[in-house]
Design a protein around this ligand. Structure first.
Ligand code: ARG
Length: 691
């Protein structure tokens, strides 16, 4: 092998835990033993010296973490990228390390001041120097990776750390000689684990248990076949030995109190460049603009969380806060992601909350052609409930038939250009579909401005105390819509009938408050059973007790309606004379019943072809201004997906989880009410003076 390698270390003369900047330090302030620390460090120092040359940098008082020289910088050949620490507590070390490198003839690179980078703690060379593994998520910023690639001229693979115990890459990840890798996978997010698996073949991946991970087994110094570490279980030692490594444990408990072990206490100074690696552009970046009530609607923090949760990072380039409540704020953010694909994922999420690309950067939407019936091009943009605009030939067009989970189809030959939301299954060969993220923007509603007279409950979930108040508002809105010839659609589950709400819903229909009714087989059967036999699933609704032989009523009901050929016929024949569906037939209020796997019968009207059922629902929902969702999770979710933002939704269910799921659409017009639906309907009809 070549000459002895060189390492940089720093004696622990002033070492201590004096502040808390990682979880290991908590509870350990001033709890280290200087004597023991010195002994442990000395043992490591001598061990490393058996294989390599160790150089020393002078320790400095007041910089207790300076012995962790891995954080001095990142070295490759004669170049060093100096660290710029995230926390001020360690920033004092920077100038001393800089001095040392300059004095030893390194070519020094320094990060821009706003970008944190913690040296070899977060950047580890593949042992064959084919690329650099770089961590981010806790200390080093993702934005630093682009500089590393540029200055060191190599490929950088970004790994996102997600467990705060493993705040530096070298605490959970250690490339070893001969292509091996020692690591703790759960410290990384899923895309990072996938990236590791793509680059390192399975037989070379040595996965450590959590027990070994928390003993910092991955924080190992590897010199040729020697692996020096704090502590390893017999299993891990065995595993390493089988892979041809000699394991030496060098206890470093005192340094563990500061969150570091063997590798942290050393910095390799002679990383050679063995293979020429082409520079591959790493990290993808894009500027976005946000405009609106960024502060009062929490949009700003939502955007920042979204970026980080999706594995990206950001820099706020500009922020202008609206001075008064009615003023809009404006922000410009530079979004960074580890690669283009993830940047697109992040941008898609941001567009959904209203982010835009700056005018100078705005391009027409990318259109890709459908090649297979019912299948969108791979990178298609998936729609949300929010009104969306698409840029075609330099002009913005509003997407028609906006709904969730569709694709955007552009017909740029028609005049005017036609832009439509379509379901995947409806895509035709030759149609052009919007893909990528360019030329797409979401039209955020100017929150609560256009309906001054009536403020809905603003995405809130009301419980008993507030129910009456909310019901009053809903009654007000229903009356207004009826008087103006508006459209209200009710989605209802069988619970409406069980809880005695059927009469009230019937009244609403009779009085013209409902323009369409959506449900499944069950609500219709229960409603009709109630009318024909006075029971609902065999239970006497007046008295609340089961009726002898009542369970047969359900099937007898279905059978009788089938005999007539349908609900309308049963009404015509004078057999069905009351109830929700009777009122629908009488008032000519259209209804759609969507079938399901558990339906018995079903009734002739129940549509068992689900695609047809969805189409029927969608047709009846067209132009709806308000939707009442009454205790039917399944049908309500279906309806929610078909409905663009801007339509008022009222979701009533006894189960708060259902209400949260449905009412939380991130749009202001939805109101959730946690209460018994029968009670709700009776309050509502009372407010409307119906009964
Ligand atoms: N207390 C130090 C810190 O939190 C420990 C650094 C450990 N170094 C490392 N390369 N992991 O910054």
């Amino acid at each position: 092998m070549s000459a002895r390698s060189r390492y940089l270390m720093c004696a622990p003369e002033y070492f201590d835990v004096a502040y808390v900047i990682n979880p290991w330090m908590a509870g350990n302030i001033n709890r280290t033993s200087p004597e023991l620390a010195r002994q442990q460090w000395q043992e490591l120092y001598e061990l490393v010296q058996t294989q390599a040359t160790v150089e020393l940098v002078d320790p400095r008082p007041g910089l207790p973490d300076m012995p962790f020289t891995a954080n001095a910088g990142l070295v490759l050949e004669d170049r060093v990228v100096l660290s710029h620490f995230l926390f001020p507590e360690r920033q004092g070390e920077e100038s001393y390390f800089a001095e040392w490198f300059a004095a030893h003839d390194f070519k020094v690179f320094t990060m821009p001041t706003q970008i944190a980078f913690e040296g070899a703690g977060d950047a580890l060379l593949d042992r064959d120097q084919r690329w650099l593994w770089a961590g981010y998520g806790h200390r080093s910023a993702l934005d630093s990776h682009g500089y590393l690639a540029k200055w060191l001229e190599l490929e950088v693979l970004s790994l996102r750390l997600v467990d705060e115990r493993f705040y530096h890459l070298d605490t959970c990840f250690c490339p070893l000689s001969r292509g091996y890798l020692l690591y703790y996978p759960l410290a990384f997010d899923e895309p990072s684990r996938r990236l590791i698996a793509q680059r390192v073949p399975p037989e070379k991946r040595l996965i450590v248990s959590e027990q070994d991970a928390v003993n910092f087994a991955c924080n190992a110094v590897n010199i040729q076949d020697l692996v020096i570490l704090n502590q390893a279980t017999p299993q891990l030692q065995e595993q390493l030995q089988q892979s041809g490594f000699q394991v030496v444990q060098s206890p470093l408990g005192e340094f563990m109190k500061a969150g570091g072990a063997a590798k942290c206490l050393t910095l390799r100074l002679d990383e050679p460049r063995q293979r020429l690696t082409p520079v591959i552009p790493v990290v993808a970046q894009r500027t976005i603009i946000l405009e609106g009530h960024l502060l009062d609607s929490n949009l700003m923090s939502r955007v920042m969380d979204t970026i980080q949760e999706a594995g990206g990072s950001f820099e706020i380039l500009e922020f202008h806060a609206g001075a008064r409540p009615q003023d809009l704020s404006r922000a410009q953010l530079l979004v960074t992601a580890p690669d283009l694909e993830r940047l697109e994922d992040i941008l898609t999420l941001l567009i959904d909350v209203g982010a835009r690309l700056p005018a100078i950067e705005t391009l027409d939407a990318t259109l890709e052609t459908v090649r297979q019936q019912g299948v969108a091009p791979g990178d298609f943009y998936t729609t949300t409930i929010y009104n969306t605009e698409v840029r075609v030939q330099g002009q913005w067009y509003l997407v028609q038939n906006q709904r969730m989970d569709g694709a955007i189809v552009v017909d740029d030959h028609s005049r005017p250009v036609q832009v439509d939301c379509q379901l995947l299954r409806d895509l035709q060969v030759g149609q052009k579909v919007v893909s990528g993220v360019d030329g797409i923007r979401t039209v955020l509603k100017r929150e609560g401005r256009e309906t001054a007279e009536f403020t809905f409950m603003g995405s809130s979930i009301s419980s008993e105390r507030r129910v009456e108040l909310v019901v009053e508002q809903i009654a007000w809105e229903l009356r207004r819509l009826r008087d103006q010839g508006g459209k209200v659609v009710v989605v209802a589950g069988p619970v409406v009938i069980h809880t005695g709400g059927g009469v009230h819903l019937g009244q609403l229909i009779r009085e013209g408050y409902v323009q369409a009714l959506l449900g499944g087989n069950a609500i219709a059967v229960h409603d009709i059973e109630q009318s024909l036999y006075g029971t609902s699933l065999g239970v006497d609704l007046q008295r609340g007790t089961p009726v002898r032989g009542g369970h047969r009523h359900h099937l007898k009901t279905i059978n009788r309606i089938r005999a007539f050929g349908g609900i309308a016929q049963a009404v015509e024949q004078g057999v069905l004379t009351s109830g929700v569906f009777y009122e629908c037939v009488q008032r000519k209020v259209p209804f759609a019943l969507a079938g399901s796997i558990r339906d018995d019968g079903p009734l002739p009207e129940t549509q068992m072809d689900l695609i047809k059922a969805q189409e029927h629902y969608a047709k009846l929902l067209q132009g709806a201004q308000m939707i009442l969702m009454l205790s039917s999770m399944l049908h309500s979710i279906g309806v929610g997906n078909m409905t663009p933002a801007g339509v008022k939704l009222v979701c009533v269910d006894i189960n708060p989880a259902v209400v949260t799921k449905l009412a939380d659409r991130g749009s202001v017009e939805s109101t959730g009410i946690v209460t018994d639906v029968g009670l709700f309907l009776s309050l509502l009809t009372r407010q409307l003076h119906l009964g």
